[in-house]
Write a protein that binds this ligand. Structure first.
Ligand code: DC
Length: 211
């Protein structure tokens, strides 16, 4: 069984995906970490964000199992990840890895669940279940701001809001694999719901269509 989860940053899709992975015994991949790994490597090596050839080379070297998760959640990495995600050659490199993951879950698992921006449209268009997790921009920005405050008490909410707004705009308006809601996806708005309520909605929807 393959489950595709899409949605903007801060919607809660990661947490919901992890809980669904546990409940349905699925291998889980947060596909955003691939784009983040490319961005972090480019920042470390001082590669210009417009240097598409170098970005593609970096993407070619990314391996899901060896991504170092430390340092990939910073604001600079988030911003650059969204920028290099507009480069088609980068997307193409990362696409093969994501599809391989979806098609080869761990042998002790019953399938795979992937979350990102283009899972239901490009990575796994034939997924058994597609969910689109969303929330109002201000609410998502507030969630991210609170998260960032834990490591940096000087973070300003309005800046986080603006960063999220431009990332949303880039992710939804790019030519290649933009973030869109497909007609076959179950949409869950987490704006005014707890994670447990949203998770139960997703879980029950899958259960109701599973057999
Ligand atoms: O999910 P995230 O916030 O970690 O993703 C970081 C960026 O990576 C996001 O702004 C756009 C890009 N991305 C993408 O284009 N396609 C995906 N499937 C996942 C992430």
């Amino acid at each position: 069984m393959i489950v595709a989860i899409d949605g903007p940053a801060g919607s809660g899709k990661g947490t919901i995906s992890k809980k669904l992975a546990e409940y349905f015994n699925l291998s889980y991949l947060d596909t955003g970490i691939l784009y983040r790994a490319v961005a972090l490597q480019m920042l470390t090596e001082g590669i210009n964000e417009k240097d598409c050839r170098s970005a593609k080379k970096v993407a070619r070297q990314v391996s899901i199992t060896s991504i170092d998760h430390s340092g990939i959640r910073t604001r600079a990495v988030s911003d650059l990840a969204s920028k290099i995600a507009t480069i088609s050659s980068v997307r193409k490199e990362l696409l093969t890895r994501q599809r391989r993951f979806a098609q080869n879950p761990d042998p002790d698992k019953d399938g795979a669940i992937l979350d990102g921006r283009d899972i239901g449209t490009v990575v796994c268009p034939n997924a058994d279940f597609k969910l689109f997790i969303m929330a109002e921009l201000e609410i998502r920005a507030k969630r991210r701001w609170k998260e960032l405050l834990q490591s940096d008490p000087t973070v300003i909410y309005s800046e986080v809001l603006e960063e999220m707004r431009s990332r949303d705009e880039r992710d939804t308006n790019r030519k290649d694999a933009p973030l869109v809601v497909t007609s076959d996806a179950m949409v869950i708005d987490t704006s005014n719901k707890s994670i447990d309520v949203s998770f139960n909605e997703a879980k029950n929807w899958i259960l109701s269509r599973r057999f």
